[in-house]
Design a protein around this ligand. Sequence first.
Ligand code: NDP
Ligand code: MG
Length: 381
Amino acid sequence: MKKISLMGATGSIGTQTLDVIREHPDEFNLTALSVGKNIDGARKMIAEFNPSLVSVQREEDAEILKKDVPLSVKVLYGEEGLVQVACHQDADILVNAVLGSVGLYPTMQAIEAGKTIAIANKETLVTAGHLVMEAARKKGVALLPVDSEHSAIFQALQGEQEKNIEKLVITASGGSFRDRTRDELVGVTVKEALNHPNWSMGAKITIDSASMMNKGLEVIEAHWLFDIPYDKIDVLQHRESIIHSMIQFHDTSVMAQLGTPDMRVPIQYALTYPDRLDRPGGKRLDLAEIGRLHFEKMDFERFRCLGFAYEAGRTGGSMTTVLNAANEAAVALFLDNKISFLGIEELIERALNEHEVIRKPDLETIREIDRRTRLTVSQWI
Ligand code: NDP
Ligand code: MG
C-alpha cells in the first residue's frame, strides 16, 4: 500500500489523482491533502478518504472546516499547512498538483524531508529549477514527471541513457487558437480561450496553452528534469495529442510514447513507477479509428510566448522566475477581464525587458523577485 500526500487536491490534476486512488483501493491510500479556497471540496474528500491532515489556503476557512470534521483530522492553513502536507511523515510519495510558484517552498521542504515527488506543478521548476534539481540530486530524491510530455520522455527513456539523447521533441496540440492568424487573436474572449480542443484542464494552464506559454514552460521544465540544453529541445505541433513527446537518439532512432489524451495515465505512471497497473475503463488507443496524425512546424511569430520562454531559459538565472511570475500575474488579469489576450504577452515582454538578471539566485531572492514581479505587472494596469 502506497501512502500519498496530495497538494492541490481540488484542481484538475488533483481530482484526477483522486480518481486513480479511488480506482486502486488496494494500492493507494490518501494520507494528507491540501486545497485552496474550495472547502466544500475538502469536506467531501475528508468524508471519502479520511486523511489525517488537511490544509487550506486561508486561516478563516481552516476555522470553519475544523468545526465540521472529525477531531482525528488535523486542519492547517497557508504556506505552513502546505509544507506539512508536502512533508507528511506517513506519506511515501507527494503529488504536487498545486498551481503556480506557491508550490516552490513546500517542494524544497519535501526534498529536504526525502520525499519522492510526482510533480505536475511546472511553475516550481520554471521559477527555480536550479535549486530544485540540485537539492533533489543532493538528497537522492526522485522527481517523477506528471506533465504528459515529460512523462512521455521519461517513459521513452527507460533502459536508455541520457547521454544518448540527441534531442527531445515536445509535442503541442496548439491550444484553443491553433487555427487562427495573429490578426484573429485580437479581441478573443476568455470563454474562447478556455475552449481547449483536446484536454480538459484548469483555467490557468488552458490559457497558457492558448498563448503557447504552456509549451514554453514545458521546454524549461524539460531542460531541468532531463538536464538537456535548450538547443536540443524542439517543439512540434501535433493536433491530435496522441504522441505525447519523443526522444531522438544519436543513432537517429526515435522513441515516442502514445496514448489517448487522459492525464490519469501519466499521473498513475508516476504513482506506480517502475510498475504499471491496469487502468479500469481506460480508453485504448485505436489508431485505425484515428486514421491520420498531423505534424506542423511551430509558428514563433504568432505565438511569441514560446520565444520568450526559450530566451529566458537560455539567459537563465532569475530570468525564468520573472517569466513565470509575469505570466501568472498576466493570465490572472486576463481571466479577470482586465487585459486582452495579446496583453498577456505584452506584459511578459515588458517584465523580461526591465529585469536585470541575477545569476544563481537563492531561494529568498527567487521568492522576492516572484513577489515583486507580480506586484509590478499588476500595477502596470
Ligand atoms: P487547477 O487550477 O485546476 O487547480 C489548482 C489547485 O491548486 C487547486 O486545488 C487550488 O485550490 C490549488 N491552489 C491554487 N492556488 C493556491 C494557493 N495559493 N494556495 C494553495 N492552494 C492553491 O490547476 P491544474 O490542476 O490544471 O494544474 C495544477 C498544476 O499542474 C499546474 O502547475 C499545471 O501547469 C500542471 N499541469 C496540469 C495539467 C492539467 O491537465 N490540468 C497537465 C499538466 C500539468 P482551490 O481550487 O481549492 O482554490
Ligand atoms: Mg503538458
